[in-house]
Ligand binder design. Structure first.
Ligand code: NAD
Length: 255
């Protein structure tokens, strides 16, 4: 097994010696997370359904892939200290034309995938291990791509249940909710989607992968030792105003 953690561990990293698995790490947020965690001294097992040089192939919906990974990790390291359930897919059909198989396909990746990861890797996790699930601002609001939105709301339920069930074993489970982050996923959206997000974001900009990685590092590290079951938006304030920003903007003096 070839871990991503090829950067020299200098004895100061916050994740020194921790074995961390990341899904969907071939590109975008997952690739940035893999690099950031390796810089903190983690032995990162980067995985993706897409072939990529630094990634092990793993389809998060495949029980076989997870079972093989768990067996290899058991043999190579004996323990796993972190899991980042980052892989996700969107499907931009609206409520009028979304199909049952769209719902099932998106749910399989965004919800069943994280469940399988937890089921296969938690048995290898010692007390102090940490799981981070990647939700979305769509998990906190009504977002028009209904298959994606419903799956990310479901992921919140899985995360809360896992935090409750794994807590007694000292395993923490937290969820982050990115807003509009500049990645391959958002690059494939209509330009109007980006503009509308900017209008709704109090900080007035989109996010980058570098806005996400420090939070993932924190949640995997012992700095967050008493935090579990938490849900943390990383969205420039997009979800905090609950739709009130257009009202505030309209009534601003000089608007
Ligand atoms: P992306 O589409 O750029 O990358 C997703 C990665 O997941 C890809 O490398 C893809 O190959 C992989 N993947 C897809 N299906 C998979 C499967 N079955 N098994 C394993 N890997 C699979 O997406 P991103 O923008 O980097 O998003 C990462 C996570 O953040 C996702 O869960 C996404 O829903 C979430 N998110 C993204 C944004 C955003 O604005 N980019 C906002 C909110 C939430």
């Amino acid at each position: 097994m070839r871990p991503w953690g090829h950067l020299p561990a200098e004895g100061r990293g916050r994740l020194l010696g921790k074995v961390v698995v990341i899904t969907g790490a071939a590109a975008s947020q997952g690739a940035a997370e893999a690099e950031a965690l390796a810089r903190e001294g983690a032995r990162v097992i980067a995985t993706d359904v897409t072939e990529a040089p630094a990634c092990r192939r793993l389809d998060v919906t495949s029980e076989k892939d997870w079972a093989e990974l768990a067996a290899d990790l058991r043999e190579a390291y004996g323990q796993v200290h972190g899991l980042v359930n980052n892989a996700g897919v969107t499907w931009r059909a609206r409520i009028d034309d979304v199909r049952p198989d769209d719902m099932a396909r998106v749910h399989a990746v965004n919800v069943t995938g994280p469940l399988l990861g937890i089921q296969h890797l938690a048995p290898l996790m010692p007390a102090g291990a940490s799981i981070v699930n990647v939700g979305s601002s769509a998990a906190l609001t009504a977002h028009y791509p209904v298959a994606y939105t419903a799956s990310k709301w479901a992921l919140r339920g899985l995360s809360a249940t896992a935090a409750m069930e794994l807590g007694p074993r000292g395993i923490r489970v937290n969820t982050i909710h990115p807003g509009f982050i500049e990645t391959d996923m958002t690059a494939s959206a209509a330009p109007a989607f980006r503009e509308a997000n900017l209008l709704g974001t109090p900080l007035g900009r989109t996010g980058t992968v570098d806005d996400i990685t420090p939070l993932i590092t924190f949640l995997l590290s012992e700095d967050s030792a008493f935090i579990t079951g938490a849900e943390i938006p990383v969205d420039g304030g997009l979800t905090a105003h609950g739709g009130a920003k257009p009202i505030s903007d309209a009534l601003r003096p000089g608007a």
